[in-house]
Design a protein around this ligand. Structure first.
Ligand code: 5GP
Ligand code: MN
Length: 324
């Protein structure tokens, strides 16, 4: 599609585009995190409440820790678009390629995102980097559309808010974050049940993988790094999704400002997660490697072998004054 891209669209413009369409596909990035899952499910329910036909489609499906959320069994897991859609809403994702879904390009695209590294790639781009989660924007969309927020919607959106703020711990968490959480709980999200599902129902493989990662933990001054190889993944019977959040253990050390986590993927490449306590903008660092994210949480992929990839990343962080 020859795409007329407009920059910096508003909620009202997004609503207008949605209202003039009937069949919508809702998706997010591959390897979805809590915000991707909660926003996609929440947005799909909001669209249906608006009288639209909406399908949630995710290349990698729903990770186990989020399977107890409502309607996860309806999420379509596929790598190319099947079906007749009038538009696709891409949540929390800075490109069509990060969705890993083929065939999106031919649709009218609406991007809703809160990443610091977000770009205008869709026909309509609503970007608010101050939103605590993309779910906060979905919440505003629902309100703007006059949709009555159900307990199911509130559950999905609260899960996204909880996980994307690191359980209300990350930089940027403020009175508005708690006000939104309060509103969602008031609308029927159960914070205890959600926390138990997300944080106290980990698969055993994730804990074993954490052990492998921690046994590789290295530290130099205010910088830590650790990794898992494909052999570690195989031995612990871990899945890709079991890596989510492991990097936080490397950051959670006194005096550490920046943490790096590397996971070996196919063809000698590595997926990298960067985390910061706030002094360093790791989104900017990730962008220099072709990735992106938030000021305090970002990611990218890099060519191996491990020693070379690590040296390149540490060299870059060293230039920024970390790991001395
Ligand atoms: P994680 O380290 O948990 O995979 O990702 C941390 C944050 O950075 C998330 O907000 C995620 O969406 C973003 N991120 C991770 N990898 C990439 C990437 O390759 N490109 C972009 N643009 N963002 C990424
Ligand atoms: Mn997010």
């Amino acid at each position: 599609m020859n795409r007329p891209i407009t920059e910096g669209n508003t909620l009202e413009e997004v609503l207008r585009e949605i209202q003039s369409r009937e069949r919508l596909l809702v998706t997010s990035h591959a390897r979805p995190d809590g915000d991707a899952i909660g926003s996609v499910l929440g947005c799909t329910l909001v669209l249906r409440a608006m009288g639209k036909k909406a399908d949630a489609v995710l290349h990698d499906g729903v990770p186990r820790i989020y399977r107890s959320l409502p309607h996860t069994n309806e999420v379509l897991r596929c790598s190319s678009i099947n079906g007749d859609y009038d538009a696709a809403i891409i949540l929390e994702c800075d490109s069509t390629s990060r969705t890993r879904l083929e065939g999106l390009e031919k649709l009218f695209l609406i991007s809703i995102d809160h990443h610091a590294s977000a770009r205008d790639f869709a026909n309509v781009n609503w970007i608010e980097s101050h939103a605590a989660a993309t779910a906060e924007m979905v919440f505003r969309l629902a309100k703007g559309a006059g949709v009555k927020i159900t307990p199911e919607m509130a559950t999905c959106l609260y899960t996204a808010l909880l996980t994307d703020t690191g359980s209300f711990c990350y930089k940027g968490t403020d009175v508005t974050t708690f006000a939104l959480a309060q509103e969602l709980v008031g609308l029927g999200a159960d914070p205890v049940k959600i926390a138990q599902a997300v944080y106290f129902a980990n698969p055993t493989s994730k804990m074993r993988l954490l052990g492998a990662a921690l046994s590789n933990l290295q530290r130099k001054g205010n910088l830590t790094w650790m990794w898992v190889t494909r052999e570690d993944m195989f031995r612990t019977e871990a899945r890709e999704e079991d890596c989510e959040g492991l990097v936080n253990y490397a950051l959670g050390i006194e005096g550490v400002e920046v943490a790096v986590f590397l996971r070996e993927i196919a063809e000698g490449r590595f997926r990298v997660s960067l985390r910061s306590k706030g002094a360093l903008n790791v989104a900017a660092v990730a962008e220099t490697f072709g990735g992106g994210g938030h000021e305090c949480a970002s990611g990218f992929s890099i060519e191996g072998p491990l020693a070379t990839a690590t040296a390149t990343i540490l060299g870059c962080l060293h230039k920024h004054g970390y790991g001395k």
